[in-house]
Design a protein around this ligand. Structure first.
Ligand SMILES: O=C(O)CCC(=O)C(=O)O
Length: 323
């Protein structure tokens, strides 16, 4: 059933039928979801990460048929969205992080600073080829796509800003001990997809997995423990945070389709829009993204692409090394 539904949504020849797809902007119409109350009152440090709306205003949902799935509908401010999109494009794909770019197709300059070199492409063709070639970057423990194993010798530092962000969401959901140790940033040009899989590479499979969506909307399929079970399709929009915890952590999931339906806000942002500094983010970047000239190339990228940051804990509690 999973593969069939994946194929139907993926089929380029047809406009996908969204009637049965959960839309968190129309929660009352949908009996597949129910509202989930977050206990945010006692978390004093919540407000300390700039770029997030006040947690008391967050809308959070659970899926009736998929225990453990939680979706927070875009808790980011416009400046916050721009910050994370810029980090994913400009900074995270740089060494020592690993990117998918093939060395036979791209030389070292592109592979080590893809975003900078993309801006320098001379022809439309070269620009497009370089743009769509970027599909993932990994950091923290690097996921080995062939062996599906992590290795203590294959790590790069986990960025402090993303670690703080994940720990904040984990804490709000009651996972005080969550440690962000491995991340994959997935880049999805419109037309691309990710087929059904289970994330079982982590020795720690009881810790939740945090997944952040930016840019164009994804149709996301969440299924069960076997491919026989019928999946539920969700619309994940820019800013949405999906958490796979408990039972759902080891369920099949996929992204069959990216919909080009999101309009990025292309204006300058007022300086004092939100948030005072703090040391949790790159505050120069946080300020720069409000400048239209600086933001434009990022906005152009996101006009026909989606970005997903996928964060996992690798080690079990108390475990210091893998091997
Ligand atoms: O893009 C997504 O929403 C899901 C990504 C994912 O499943 C993965 O990286 O394992």
């Amino acid at each position: 059933m999973f593969k069939l539904i994946f194929k139907q949504f993926k089929a380029k020849s047809s406009t996908p039928d969204l009637n049965d797809v959960v839309n968190f902007d129309k929660p009352l119409k949908d009996d597949k979801i129910c509202e989930h109350r977050l206990n945010t009152c006692h978390k004093e440090d919540l407000q300390r990460i700039p770029g997030l709306k006040s947690p008391s205003t967050w809308r959070c949902y659970k899926l009736r048929n998929h225990p453990g799935i939680v979706v927070i509908r875009n808790p980011f401010t416009e400046r916050g969205l721009r910050y994370w999109i810029s980090r994913c494009l400009r900074d995270y794909p740089r060494p020592p992080n690993i990117v998918n770019l093939n060395e036979r197709l791209f030389d070292e300059t592109v592979r080590s600073d893809w975003w900078k070199e993309l801006q320098r492409c001379q022809s439309k063709e070269d620009f497009q080829r370089t743009k769509v070639a970027m599909r993932w970057t990994t950091f923290g423990y690097h996921h080995d796509w062939d062996t599906k194993h992590y290795d203590d010798r294959m790590q790069s530092p986990f960025p402090e800003d993303l670690s703080r962000l994940c720990r904040l969401f984990a804490s709000i959901l009651g996972y005080e001990e969550f440690k962000p140790e491995a991340a994959i940033v997935n880049y999805y040009p419109v037309g691309s997809s990710l087929s059904g899989h289970v994330d079982y590479s982590e020795p720690n499979q009881s810790a939740p997995l945090f997944s952040f969506s930016f840019g164009q909307t994804a149709i996301f399929l969440i299924g069960g423990k076997s491919l026989e079970e019928t999946p539920t399709a969700l619309l994940l929009q820019s800013g949405d945070v999906l958490i796979m915890s408990g039972e759902s952590r080891l369920c099949y999931h996929a992204v069959p389709r990216i919909l080009k339906d999101h309009k990025t806000l292309n204006s300058a942002l007022p300086k004092d829009e939100d948030d005072s500094g703090g040391d949790s983010l790159d505050m120069d970047l946080f300020e720069q993204v409000g400048n239209l000239h600086f933001w434009q190339p990022f906005s152009d990228y996101i006009a026909d692409s989606r970005i997903n940051i996928n964060v996992r804990q690798v080690l079990k509690p108390g475990q210091l090394l893998l091997n």
